[in-house]
Ligand binder design. Structure first.
Ligand code: HCA
Ligand code: CU
Length: 379
């Protein structure tokens, strides 16, 4: 599984998010942050989309980043001529192949698609650019058509073929099946791009890797059309949970910064349950959990927050609290209380918390009062 590359599309798919309107300076800052994190590829909006899109692609291609810079283009000469002028390293081409999109989007037959691909691909190859050809809406395209298109562009010598779950209908078993079938007919690398409409974007990206895909599209916080695609942080969490060695080549401590940068620039909050950076992602509450976590965090954590520069939180002032966690807190405060006292203090906290949760300060106050009482009894 370690032969994979991340193609981050925050500056392409992410720009298609309803709340994204990045300025040139913001795009540059995002590109630099992604590069510092260590994604291998950064995909940018089609330079033909607008004058600023062209200018920004040119500037980002000239920043001297370690990541390879790609632009996303329709499979037309007009688009790729502009792409070449920007000085980017490669082009991610797309062409819709499903019946739905062929009818309602470009109206071309499969033979016409293959023929236009030929000219565009050889033009890019002549200019020394890396080329990927993707079938948009692959999961609603009949398999025989899909394999015919992939085999044809593979024979033209593309570096990668792309498989896009454009509407988020695929599931992990289906992705595994399709990627395996494509693997059987192409020698090129395989890129997977998955939308999250039905909640499978991370699982699908992971299944694609398991089936032999080499490149995975992500965006920071998963932003994109509708509810977006595979989120960078969630994908990293998925890989880390399997084998943390898989993600050791990335600068993991940059992830919280990337998430907050995009949150700030789009004006949307990071969800409380977000992978890694959600407010509660490392919060432990019930007595059974807190006891074990305080003794060894891995008991209830698959992911070590410290690897991402984050900290865990143990909640004490609620009715599900346990005396072990309360005892731990008392020790932290330097208070010496007997087990009986700690159990009694815990009962008091639970009784009060049945009315309303207590703050840590309130819990500390109760523990200090018990310590005070205990001392005055002793003297
Ligand atoms: C788009 C559609 C796309 C393309 C993905 C790809 C999709 O907005 O252009 O190039 O592989 O989801 O199909 O994002
Ligand atoms: Cu997409």
């Amino acid at each position: 599984l370690d032969n994979f590359y991340i193609v981050d599309s925050t500056l392409r798919e992410g720009e298609q998010f309803v709340h994204a309107h990045f300025t040139t300076e913001q795009k540059i800052e995002i590109a630099r942050a992604l590069d510092a994190f260590g994604v291998e590829y950064i995909e940018l909006t089609n330079p033909a989309a607008s004058p600023a899109s062209f200018e920004d692609a040119r500037r980002i291609a000239n920043l001297g980043l370690r990541a390879r810079i790609l632009v996303h283009c329709r499979c037309t000469m007009a688009d790729v001529q502009q792409a070449v002028e920007t000085g980017v390293d490669g082009v991610n081409l797309l062409f819709a192949t499903s019946e739905q999109l062929r009818t309602h989007s470009h109206g071309k037959s499969i033979d016409e698609i293959i023929e236009s691909a030929r000219g565009v691909i050889s033009f890019l190859q002549d200019h020394g650019l890396e080329v990927r050809f993707s079938c948009e809406d692959a999961f609603r395209t009949p398999i025989d058509i899909l394999l015919r298109v992939y085999a044809a562009v593979d024979a033209m010598g593309v570096d990668r073929v792309g498989i896009a779950d454009t509407v988020g209908v695929a599931d992990p078993l289906g992705v595994h099946e399709l990627v395996s079938r494509v693997r059987g007919v192409v020698s090129a690398d395989i890129e997977f791009h998955g939308h999250n409409d039905s909640g499978c974007a991370i699982a699908n990206a992971y299944a694609a890797l398991q089936a032999g895909a080499t490149h995975i599209d992500t965006t920071v916080l998963g932003i994109g059309e509708r509810n977006g695609i595979t989120p960078l942080g969630g994908f990293i969490a998925r890989l880390y949970a399997t084998d943390r060695g898989l993600v050791s080549r990335y600068n993991l401590r940059m992830l919280p910064q990337l998430d907050s940068l995009i949150s700030q620039y789009t004006g949307v909050q990071i969800p409380f349950n977000n992978y890694l950076t959600g407010e509660t992602a490392f919060a432990h509450k019930a007595g059974i959990h807190t006891k074990a976590v305080l003794s060894n965090p891995s008991s209830y954590e698959a992911i070590n927050p410290e690897d991402f520069g984050l900290t865990r939180r143990v909640e004490l002032g609620h009715r599900l609290t346990g005396w072990n966690a309360i005892a731990h807190r008392a020790r932290t405060l330097g208070l010496s209380l007997s087990e009986a006292e700690l159990r009694a203090a815990t009962r008091e906290i639970k009784r009060l918390a049945d009315e309303a949760p207590l703050t840590t300060e309130q819990v500390d106050q109760i523990l200090r009062e018990w310590a005070e009482r205990s001392r005055s009894c002793a003297t």
